[in-house]
Design a binder for this molecule. Sequence first.
Ligand SMILES: C[S@@+](CC[C@H](N)C(=O)[O-])C[C@H]1O[C@@H](n2cnc3c(N)ncnc32)[C@H](O)[C@@H]1O
Length: 275
Amino acid sequence: MNKRLALALIPSACLPALRNLRSMVSRLIPISKSVPARKSERIRFIASYDQRNLPPSPVLANKEHLRYWNNTNRFEKFNRWCGDFDQPFREEIRKRVIDKKYKNILDAGAGVFSEYYGFKHDKYDISYTAIEITPLFVEYGLQRGINVIRGDLADMPFDDEQFDCCLCEDTLNHQIEFKAPILEMLRVVKKEVFISFFKPFAEDVDSTGNLSGKFKIEHTENGVIEHRFVDEKKETICLYNYFSKQKIIEFLVEAKFRHEFIKSADGRIILVLNK
Ligand SMILES: C[S@@+](CC[C@H](N)C(=O)[O-])C[C@H]1O[C@@H](n2cnc3c(N)ncnc32)[C@H](O)[C@@H]1O
C-alpha cells in the first residue's frame, strides 16, 4: 500500500496519538544520526508549519511577559537573527565545552538550535538536549530529530545534575528576574553553566545611551526593564531586562557559587558559573 493511501485510511482521531509517537521516536534518535538543516530547509519549514495544531500552553501560565514567544511564527526572521553558530561568543562557549570534554549539554532557551548545529559543525559529538518555550521552534526541532522539550528555564523537568553543563545564550535578558533561572540551571548541571547577555548591564546603561527611549522603562531592584512589545491592552508581551551586574554578583557570592564574567571577541559578556 502506498504511503498516501495508508495515511488516508488512518482515522483522524488517531492523528494526535501518532504525532506524540513521532515526537517520542524523534527523541530517541541519537544526535549523530540526525542531519543538520541548511538555511533553505529551515525556510521551507515555515510553509509546512501550522500554528493551529498547537495545544494551549501551561508553560506560560503567570508569565505574561513571555507571550510574544508563544505566538511567533517568524522562523525566517529568527533564523536570520540567531541562526548563526559562528558568532564569536558562541564559538567561545563551545570551545570551553569542548576543552572540558563535556559529554552532554542542556541548551536553555535554544531558539533555532544554532548550538546544536554548531557542535555538529565542530564535529564534536555531544548529547544535546534543549528546552524552549516557543512552539514553532520546538516543532521545528522535533521534526529534525533534535531532543527538545517545551518548557520554562526557570522550572525545568530535569533531574539534579542530569547534564555536564548548560548554556543559555541571549535568553536571560528576556526574563523578569535572574535568580530562579540561574538556580535552576545550576541545579541540573554537574559542572558548569554559561550565560550570555545580549544587553548591557544596568550600570552601563543611561537614559540617553543604550535604551532607545521609545519604550516604557521600569527601574527595579535588579536592574532596568524595557517593555519591548505590548499587546493591544498595553500589557507587556516581551521585555528586555538590563540586569544589575552588582546584584547578580551579590546573589552569587551569597549563594557561594564560583563565577567569572568574560568578554568574547565580539564583545558579548558571558557569565561562567561553576559548581
Ligand atoms: C533571543 S532568543 C535566543 C535563542 C538562542 N539561545 C540563541 O542564542 O540563538 C531567546 C529564546 O529564548 C526563548 N525563551 C525565552 N524565555 C524562555 C524561558 N523562560 N524558557 C525557555 N525558553 C525561553 C525564546 O523562545 C527564544 O527562542
